[in-house]
Ligand binder design. Structure first.
Ligand SMILES: [Mn+2]
Length: 314
Protein backbone atom coordinates (compact mmCIF):
# COMPACT_ATOMS: atom_id res chain seq x y z
CA UNK A 1 0.00 0.00 0.00
CA UNK A 2 1.23 3.46 -0.91
CA UNK A 3 -0.23 6.38 1.07
CA UNK A 4 -0.26 9.69 -0.73
CA UNK A 5 -1.31 13.06 0.67
CA UNK A 6 -2.21 16.30 -1.09
CA UNK A 7 -3.52 19.60 0.26
CA UNK A 8 -5.47 22.03 -1.91
CA UNK A 9 -8.40 24.36 -2.37
CA UNK A 10 -10.71 25.23 -5.28
CA UNK A 11 -8.03 27.20 -7.13
CA UNK A 12 -5.79 24.15 -7.36
CA UNK A 13 -8.40 21.39 -7.82
CA UNK A 14 -7.65 20.93 -11.54
CA UNK A 15 -3.91 20.66 -10.89
CA UNK A 16 -4.33 18.36 -7.89
CA UNK A 17 -6.50 16.17 -10.14
CA UNK A 18 -3.64 16.08 -12.67
CA UNK A 19 -1.13 15.07 -10.01
CA UNK A 20 -3.50 12.33 -8.81
CA UNK A 21 -4.16 11.12 -12.36
CA UNK A 22 -0.42 10.92 -13.07
CA UNK A 23 -0.02 8.70 -10.00
CA UNK A 24 -2.98 6.50 -10.98
CA UNK A 25 -1.50 5.93 -14.44
CA UNK A 26 1.72 4.38 -13.10
CA UNK A 27 0.77 2.90 -9.72
CA UNK A 28 -1.49 0.39 -7.94
CA UNK A 29 -2.64 -0.28 -4.38
CA UNK A 30 -2.94 3.35 -3.36
CA UNK A 31 -4.64 5.32 -0.63
CA UNK A 32 -5.05 9.07 -1.13
CA UNK A 33 -5.42 11.45 1.81
CA UNK A 34 -7.01 14.55 0.32
CA UNK A 35 -6.80 17.52 2.69
CA UNK A 36 -8.91 20.39 1.45
CA UNK A 37 -9.96 23.91 2.34
CA UNK A 38 -13.65 24.49 1.60
CA UNK A 39 -13.60 22.49 -1.59
CA UNK A 40 -16.98 22.63 -3.42
CA UNK A 41 -18.95 19.37 -3.46
CA UNK A 42 -18.75 19.25 -7.26
CA UNK A 43 -14.94 19.05 -7.11
CA UNK A 44 -15.02 16.40 -4.39
CA UNK A 45 -17.37 14.34 -6.52
CA UNK A 46 -15.32 14.65 -9.71
CA UNK A 47 -12.02 13.71 -8.09
CA UNK A 48 -13.57 10.88 -6.07
CA UNK A 49 -15.08 9.38 -9.22
CA UNK A 50 -11.76 9.60 -11.05
CA UNK A 51 -10.02 7.63 -8.27
CA UNK A 52 -12.87 5.11 -8.07
CA UNK A 53 -12.53 4.43 -11.80
CA UNK A 54 -9.01 3.21 -11.06
CA UNK A 55 -10.34 1.15 -8.11
CA UNK A 56 -8.11 2.91 -5.60
CA UNK A 57 -8.88 4.12 -2.10
CA UNK A 58 -9.21 7.70 -0.83
CA UNK A 59 -10.28 9.78 2.12
CA UNK A 60 -11.25 13.47 2.21
CA UNK A 61 -10.08 15.51 5.19
CA UNK A 62 -11.80 18.84 5.74
CA UNK A 63 -9.17 21.27 7.05
CA UNK A 64 -11.27 24.43 6.72
CA UNK A 65 -11.18 25.33 10.42
CA UNK A 66 -7.42 24.81 10.80
CA UNK A 67 -4.42 27.13 10.54
CA UNK A 68 -6.45 30.36 10.61
CA UNK A 69 -4.64 33.73 10.74
CA UNK A 70 -1.16 32.47 9.99
CA UNK A 71 1.32 34.20 7.66
CA UNK A 72 1.02 32.76 4.14
CA UNK A 73 3.39 35.08 2.21
CA UNK A 74 2.86 35.28 -1.54
CA UNK A 75 1.02 31.97 -1.58
CA UNK A 76 -2.11 33.41 0.06
CA UNK A 77 -3.41 29.95 0.84
CA UNK A 78 -3.27 28.20 4.18
CA UNK A 79 -3.25 24.82 2.42
CA UNK A 80 0.54 25.00 2.56
CA UNK A 81 0.38 24.21 6.28
CA UNK A 82 -1.66 21.02 5.87
CA UNK A 83 1.24 18.51 5.66
CA UNK A 84 2.29 19.46 9.22
CA UNK A 85 -0.71 17.53 10.52
CA UNK A 86 -0.09 14.29 8.63
CA UNK A 87 1.39 12.38 11.61
CA UNK A 88 -2.00 12.59 13.35
CA UNK A 89 -4.15 12.35 10.20
CA UNK A 90 -2.65 9.12 8.86
CA UNK A 91 -2.03 6.31 11.36
CA UNK A 92 0.00 4.16 8.98
CA UNK A 93 3.81 4.07 9.20
CA UNK A 94 4.64 6.30 6.23
CA UNK A 95 3.13 8.66 3.67
CA UNK A 96 4.24 10.55 0.58
CA UNK A 97 3.18 14.20 0.59
CA UNK A 98 3.09 15.93 -2.81
CA UNK A 99 2.33 19.53 -3.74
CA UNK A 100 -0.55 20.00 -6.15
CA UNK A 101 1.92 21.32 -8.75
CA UNK A 102 3.81 18.04 -9.05
CA UNK A 103 3.69 15.36 -11.75
CA UNK A 104 4.58 11.69 -11.29
CA UNK A 105 6.19 9.90 -14.24
CA UNK A 106 6.68 6.34 -13.02
CA UNK A 107 6.12 3.58 -10.46
CA UNK A 108 6.65 4.94 -6.93
CA UNK A 109 6.93 1.67 -5.02
CA UNK A 110 10.74 1.21 -4.77
CA UNK A 111 11.17 4.86 -3.88
CA UNK A 112 8.30 4.73 -1.38
CA UNK A 113 9.62 1.63 0.38
CA UNK A 114 13.23 2.80 0.79
CA UNK A 115 14.93 2.55 4.17
CA UNK A 116 14.03 5.48 6.41
CA UNK A 117 15.35 4.07 9.69
CA UNK A 118 16.21 6.88 12.09
CA UNK A 119 14.98 9.63 9.73
CA UNK A 120 11.84 11.76 10.08
CA UNK A 121 11.61 12.11 6.33
CA UNK A 122 13.35 12.00 2.96
CA UNK A 123 13.43 15.11 0.76
CA UNK A 124 15.43 16.87 -1.95
CA UNK A 125 17.76 19.82 -1.39
CA UNK A 126 16.19 23.07 -2.58
CA UNK A 127 18.79 23.86 -5.23
CA UNK A 128 16.73 26.81 -6.48
CA UNK A 129 17.01 28.45 -3.09
CA UNK A 130 20.79 27.93 -3.05
CA UNK A 131 20.88 29.82 -6.34
CA UNK A 132 18.59 32.60 -5.10
CA UNK A 133 20.88 33.06 -2.09
CA UNK A 134 23.40 34.57 -4.54
CA UNK A 135 20.98 37.44 -5.26
CA UNK A 136 19.75 40.49 -3.37
CA UNK A 137 16.16 39.25 -3.55
CA UNK A 138 13.91 40.49 -0.80
CA UNK A 139 11.47 38.17 0.95
CA UNK A 140 8.12 38.99 2.47
CA UNK A 141 8.25 38.46 6.22
CA UNK A 142 5.01 39.44 7.92
CA UNK A 143 4.37 43.07 6.97
CA UNK A 144 8.01 43.73 6.11
CA UNK A 145 10.57 42.54 3.62
CA UNK A 146 14.03 41.21 4.32
CA UNK A 147 17.11 40.45 2.23
CA UNK A 148 17.25 36.72 1.44
CA UNK A 149 20.80 36.29 2.83
CA UNK A 150 19.96 38.19 5.98
CA UNK A 151 16.88 36.04 6.46
CA UNK A 152 18.68 32.71 6.18
CA UNK A 153 22.00 33.66 7.80
CA UNK A 154 20.93 36.06 10.56
CA UNK A 155 17.31 35.29 11.34
CA UNK A 156 17.24 31.53 10.74
CA UNK A 157 20.98 31.22 11.54
CA UNK A 158 21.51 28.62 8.83
CA UNK A 159 25.06 28.76 7.42
CA UNK A 160 26.21 27.43 4.03
CA UNK A 161 26.57 23.88 5.30
CA UNK A 162 23.06 24.00 6.77
CA UNK A 163 21.71 25.27 3.45
CA UNK A 164 23.17 22.24 1.64
CA UNK A 165 20.67 20.27 3.70
CA UNK A 166 17.82 22.76 3.32
CA UNK A 167 15.10 20.77 1.60
CA UNK A 168 12.14 21.67 -0.57
CA UNK A 169 8.77 20.77 0.98
CA UNK A 170 6.91 20.03 -2.28
CA UNK A 171 7.80 16.34 -1.94
CA UNK A 172 8.16 14.80 1.50
CA UNK A 173 8.43 11.08 2.11
CA UNK A 174 7.48 11.00 5.78
CA UNK A 175 8.40 8.33 8.31
CA UNK A 176 5.26 8.82 10.40
CA UNK A 177 6.23 6.29 13.10
CA UNK A 178 9.48 8.14 13.78
CA UNK A 179 7.71 11.52 13.66
CA UNK A 180 5.09 10.43 16.18
CA UNK A 181 7.73 8.89 18.44
CA UNK A 182 9.46 12.29 18.63
CA UNK A 183 6.34 14.50 18.77
CA UNK A 184 7.38 16.21 15.54
CA UNK A 185 3.88 17.46 14.76
CA UNK A 186 3.63 19.22 18.16
CA UNK A 187 7.13 20.64 17.69
CA UNK A 188 6.22 22.04 14.29
CA UNK A 189 2.90 23.57 15.41
CA UNK A 190 4.66 25.00 18.47
CA UNK A 191 7.44 26.55 16.36
CA UNK A 192 4.82 28.54 14.43
CA UNK A 193 3.93 30.38 17.64
CA UNK A 194 7.44 31.69 18.21
CA UNK A 195 8.82 32.11 14.69
CA UNK A 196 7.93 33.98 11.54
CA UNK A 197 8.97 31.88 8.56
CA UNK A 198 9.42 33.47 5.12
CA UNK A 199 8.64 30.14 3.41
CA UNK A 200 6.05 29.18 6.00
CA UNK A 201 5.59 25.41 5.76
CA UNK A 202 8.99 24.70 4.25
CA UNK A 203 11.01 26.65 6.83
CA UNK A 204 8.93 25.28 9.69
CA UNK A 205 9.53 21.67 8.60
CA UNK A 206 13.23 22.41 7.99
CA UNK A 207 13.48 24.10 11.40
CA UNK A 208 12.25 21.02 13.25
CA UNK A 209 13.44 18.18 10.98
CA UNK A 210 16.79 19.55 9.78
CA UNK A 211 19.02 17.03 11.57
CA UNK A 212 16.73 14.11 10.82
CA UNK A 213 16.28 14.31 7.08
CA UNK A 214 17.58 11.93 4.46
CA UNK A 215 18.62 14.11 1.52
CA UNK A 216 17.92 12.25 -1.72
CA UNK A 217 18.65 12.76 -5.43
CA UNK A 218 16.96 15.62 -7.37
CA UNK A 219 15.11 13.16 -9.62
CA UNK A 220 12.67 12.61 -6.74
CA UNK A 221 11.70 16.29 -6.77
CA UNK A 222 12.96 17.71 -10.04
CA UNK A 223 12.09 21.38 -9.63
CA UNK A 224 11.38 23.38 -12.77
CA UNK A 225 12.81 26.78 -11.89
CA UNK A 226 13.02 30.26 -13.39
CA UNK A 227 15.66 30.81 -16.07
CA UNK A 228 17.58 33.31 -13.95
CA UNK A 229 17.61 30.84 -11.03
CA UNK A 230 18.87 28.13 -13.37
CA UNK A 231 21.65 30.35 -14.73
CA UNK A 232 23.03 30.95 -11.23
CA UNK A 233 23.14 27.26 -10.25
CA UNK A 234 26.51 25.69 -9.46
CA UNK A 235 27.85 23.60 -12.38
CA UNK A 236 27.60 20.46 -10.29
CA UNK A 237 23.83 20.88 -10.05
CA UNK A 238 23.41 21.93 -13.68
CA UNK A 239 25.20 18.79 -14.85
CA UNK A 240 22.96 16.59 -12.76
CA UNK A 241 19.77 18.30 -13.90
CA UNK A 242 20.35 18.81 -17.63
CA UNK A 243 19.27 15.26 -18.68
CA UNK A 244 15.90 15.83 -16.95
CA UNK A 245 15.58 19.36 -18.29
CA UNK A 246 16.13 18.07 -21.82
CA UNK A 247 13.76 15.12 -21.24
CA UNK A 248 16.56 12.62 -21.99
CA UNK A 249 16.02 10.91 -18.65
CA UNK A 250 12.72 10.75 -16.82
CA UNK A 251 12.79 11.95 -13.23
CA UNK A 252 10.35 10.20 -10.91
CA UNK A 253 8.61 13.39 -9.77
CA UNK A 254 8.55 16.78 -11.51
CA UNK A 255 7.73 19.84 -9.41
CA UNK A 256 6.58 22.89 -11.37
CA UNK A 257 7.70 26.12 -9.71
CA UNK A 258 7.00 27.52 -13.17
CA UNK A 259 3.54 26.32 -14.08
CA UNK A 260 2.92 24.20 -17.20
CA UNK A 261 -0.66 25.46 -17.44
CA UNK A 262 0.44 29.07 -17.86
CA UNK A 263 1.15 30.02 -21.43
CA UNK A 264 3.53 30.81 -23.06
CA UNK A 265 5.45 28.59 -20.66
CA UNK A 266 4.17 25.38 -22.25
CA UNK A 267 7.66 24.40 -23.42
CA UNK A 268 8.73 23.42 -19.89
CA UNK A 269 10.18 19.93 -19.23
CA UNK A 270 7.49 17.25 -19.53
CA UNK A 271 4.79 19.89 -19.94
CA UNK A 272 3.38 18.24 -23.07
CA UNK A 273 2.90 15.05 -21.14
CA UNK A 274 1.52 17.04 -18.20
CA UNK A 275 -1.12 18.69 -20.36
CA UNK A 276 -2.01 15.37 -21.98
CA UNK A 277 -2.64 13.87 -18.56
CA UNK A 278 -4.62 16.97 -17.54
CA UNK A 279 -6.79 16.32 -20.61
CA UNK A 280 -7.68 12.91 -19.17
CA UNK A 281 -8.97 14.37 -15.89
CA UNK A 282 -12.52 15.69 -15.28
CA UNK A 283 -11.03 19.19 -15.64
CA UNK A 284 -10.04 18.91 -19.28
CA UNK A 285 -12.38 21.68 -20.41
CA UNK A 286 -12.19 23.82 -17.35
CA UNK A 287 -10.11 26.96 -17.47
CA UNK A 288 -8.94 28.34 -14.21
CA UNK A 289 -8.56 32.03 -13.44
CA UNK A 290 -4.91 31.86 -14.44
CA UNK A 291 -5.75 30.31 -17.78
CA UNK A 292 -8.58 32.72 -18.55
CA UNK A 293 -6.63 35.85 -17.91
CA UNK A 294 -2.92 36.21 -18.60
CA UNK A 295 -1.10 39.48 -18.64
CA UNK A 296 2.63 40.03 -18.82
CA UNK A 297 5.01 42.91 -19.30
CA UNK A 298 8.67 42.03 -19.65
CA UNK A 299 11.76 42.58 -21.74
CA UNK A 300 10.86 39.55 -23.82
CA UNK A 301 7.29 40.45 -24.56
CA UNK A 302 4.13 42.12 -23.43
CA UNK A 303 0.78 40.47 -23.91
CA UNK A 304 -2.75 40.22 -22.67
CA UNK A 305 -4.68 37.01 -23.22
CA UNK A 306 -8.31 36.38 -22.38
CA UNK A 307 -9.79 32.89 -22.70
CA UNK A 308 -6.58 31.88 -24.43
CA UNK A 309 -7.10 34.44 -27.21
CA UNK A 310 -4.38 37.03 -27.60
CA UNK A 311 -5.88 40.50 -27.21
CA UNK A 312 -2.60 42.28 -27.77
CA UNK A 313 1.01 41.30 -28.05
CA UNK A 314 4.08 43.51 -28.42
MN1 LIG B 1 4.94 23.56 -5.27
Amino acid sequence: MINIALGFDKNFAAYAATTIKSILLHNKNLKFYLMHDNLPKADIKKISKMIEEHKEDYQWIDMSGEFENLFTGNWKSKTLYFPLKLPSICDDNRILFLDADTFVLDDLSTFYNQNLDGYYLAAVNDYGMLSDLKTDNRLKLGNETVDIKEYFQKIRKWNNTDMQRYFNSGMLLMNLDEMRKNNVEEQMLDSLKYNLFAFPDQDCINYVCHDHVKIIEPKYNFMVIFKSTWNRLDDEFKEKLIPYKEERIRPLIVHYLLKPWKKPMDNLPFSKEYNQVKQSTPYKNKMTKQEMFQFKISKNGTYLRLFNKTIFEL
